[in-house]
Design a protein around this ligand. Structure first.
Ligand SMILES: [Zn+2]
Length: 311
């Protein structure tokens, strides 16, 4: 779990000595139903400018994005605990656990007393945290995969649910993905636990794998197919797996060896990605702070397939 000092504060934790929030008074509890499972939203006592309805709508949107991407809610019962933080503004922190007091997945959000509707409209953290439920808990050395996956999938899922436009998320990927490149002294993703390598190095692993799966399968399969298969095989946050096991299931679903082969190359050695070339191949052109799409680029169809706007 990361905290103050970074622009974002979020993370996963699979171990906890006590159930988070066990000492809080729950003043309201409401349930959202989705294909695959329910999300129980519990509000802890405390002052909040936002209405419960506004918070519920935000959880609904985030969970809908996850359902759009995975085809179902990954876990049968998820709990979202909303904890008001007096005198604070904005969304303060999100953390997600597996197998917590009868819930396969639990996310806790510390929400500032003075958080606004605009804060909710700008928030990606809720979707990021719920995405953590859709992958098994990994050993510490593979924490980059948990965070990278959530970083990569969150915006794509929100495109699929209709919340974001593809142009917005490709803009952000072009702006941020380079933060995942190895720095001097890097020893590969399994041994370099910096913030950049954990979040963006992991996201870059996912992007490169997604493109390669689509290239090898004539754009018929993608990382999404691999991730759905991992969930279908029980690979959710309430289960502890080695990463190899999840990647093998993902590869089987796409009929490739992309994930296993790429992990073998990236885990113990720094792999620099030629992102400038990748953006050109995908048909993404940076123009004065905005992105333009080039539809006759060699991988333009791959770009379209990765982030497909809901119909
Ligand atoms: Zn996270």
């Amino acid at each position: 779990m990361l905290n103050a000092g970074l622009a974002v504060a979020l993370g996963t934790a699979s171990l906890a000595t006590a159930q988070p929030g066990h000492n809080l008074t729950i003043v309201a509890s409401r349930v959202l139903k989705f294909s695959g499972g329910d999300v129980q939203v519990d509000f802890a006592a405390g002052p909040l400018d936002l209405s419960q309805d506004a918070v519920m709508a935000h959880v609904q949107a985030a969970a809908s994005a996850i359902v759009a991407y995975y085809g179902r809610l990954p876990v049968a019962r998820a709990r979202v605990l909303i904890v008001p933080v007096p005198d604070q503004t904005g969304i303060v922190q999100g953390t997600t656990w597996g197998d917590m007091a009868g819930y396969p997945g639990m996310s806790r959000f510390r929400l500032g007393q003075h958080a606004t509707q605009d804060d909710l409209n700008d928030d990606w953290m809720m979707t990021h945290e719920l995405d953590h439920m859709a992958f098994p808990s990994l050993p510490d050395d593979q924490h980059w995969m948990e965070e990278g996956l959530a970083t990569y999938v969150e915006p794509i899922a929100r495109v699929e649910s209709g919340e974001l436009k593809p142009g917005q998320i490709w803009h952000d990927m072009v702006r941020d993905m380079h933060k995942g490149e190895p720095a001097e002294g890097d020893q590969g993703l399994d041994h370099t636990h910096s913030w950049g390598r954990t979040y963006w190095g992991g996201a870059m692993f996912c992007l490169v794998a997604d493109v390669e799966i689509r290239r090898q399968t004539g754009n018929k399969k993608g990382l999404q197919d691999a991730l759905r298969a991992i969930v279908a095989a029980g690979g959710t946050i309430d289960h502890e797996w080695p990463l190899d096991q999840a990647l093998a299931i993902g590869d089987k679903a796409t009929g490739t060896h992309v994930l296993t082969d790429q992990y073998a190359k990236w885990k113990d050695a720094p792999v620099t990605v030629d992102l400038e070339k990748l953006w050109v191949d995908l048909g993404i052109r940076w123009n004065g702070g905005a992105v333009e799409f080039v539809d006759d680029a060699p991988l333009a169809k791959v770009r379209v397939a990765i982030a497909r706007q809901a119909r």
